[in-house]
Design a protein around this ligand. Structure first.
Ligand SMILES: C[S@@+](CC[C@H](N)C(=O)[O-])C[C@H]1O[C@@H](n2cnc3c(N)ncnc32)[C@H](O)[C@@H]1O
Length: 216
């Protein structure tokens, strides 16, 4: 799916990342503590980890510093990826960088862990969600897990000027089940309040979806 020029497409996100430094973006975290804790609990040592819609986040460098991975970062925005690479310097060579729309992405390898913080909630169209979940299903190891953090049902209604779809762990699991029946179970659930650089509070839900054996 080519989203260039569409609301929420590459042009939108490149403009967002050109307009503001990474640490002025509402979703900025100096240390992605919760993501690191979840990844430490659910990653399989030595198996690849992918941060989907990783943007200019500091997660990739924190994972590389801890020896987790190999690490891949995928994002629509080449501007965001360039900002991350520049910040990381030589260590950026240890990360696989992919500029792509996840909703049409066809992975060429498998990952033990999929991490998404604040990306799935932008998919307000069912066809986009179907494409995202197709990519997730194709990308994950048979025993892999996916961490999906979205705005909670009482979280913001928009982000970066775009409408979002809010979830609880139950409604998120139901959405995944509708597209990929029987393929995932909810292995961990939680709630998190993110404080933006300006001090605003944003409620997130977090869900860890683990692959389950397919009944024949
Ligand atoms: C709110 S930011 C979150 C960035 C990062 N996950 C973090 O926590 O700092 C959303 C990110 O998703 C990316 N994005 C939005 N739609 C996408 C899509 N369809 N495919 C890949 N990336 C996408 C944007 O470019 C942006 O970097």
């Amino acid at each position: 799916m080519d989203t260039d020029g569409a609301a929420g497409g590459t042009a939108h996100w490149d403009a967002v990342y050109r307009a503001r430094a990474e640490d002025r973006l509402t979703w900025f975290e100096a240390t992605p503590t919760l993501s690191l804790e979840l990844i430490a609990r659910h990653a399989v040592p030595g198996r690849p980890v992918i941060d989907v819609g990783g943007g200019a986040s500091r997660l990739a460098e924190a994972l590389v510093a801890r020896g987790v991975g190999p690490v891949t970062v995928l994002d629509l925005s080449p501007e965001a990826l360039a900002a991350s690479r520049a910040r990381m310097g030589a260590a950026a060579a240890q990360v696989d960088w992919i500029a792509a729309d996840v909703t049409g992405w066809v992975p060429d390898r498998r990952y033990g862990l999929w991490h998404d913080r604040a990306v799935f909630h932008f998919l307000t169209d069912a066809a986009q969600r179907a494409g995202y979940l197709r990519a997730l299903d194709a990308a994950l190891d048979p025993d892999g897990a996916a961490i999906l953090m979205t705005f909670a049902e009482d979280g913001p209604e928009t982000c970066s000027g775009l409408p979002v779809r809010r979830y609880s762990p139950d409604t998120l699991a139901a959405e995944v089940e509708a597209h990929l029946p029987g393929r995932f179970r909810l292995a961990e659930r939680g709630r998190h309040v993110h404080v933006t650089p300006k001090g605003n509070r944003q409620a997130f839900q977090l869900s860890v979806l683990r692959r389950q054996e397919q009944a024949e």
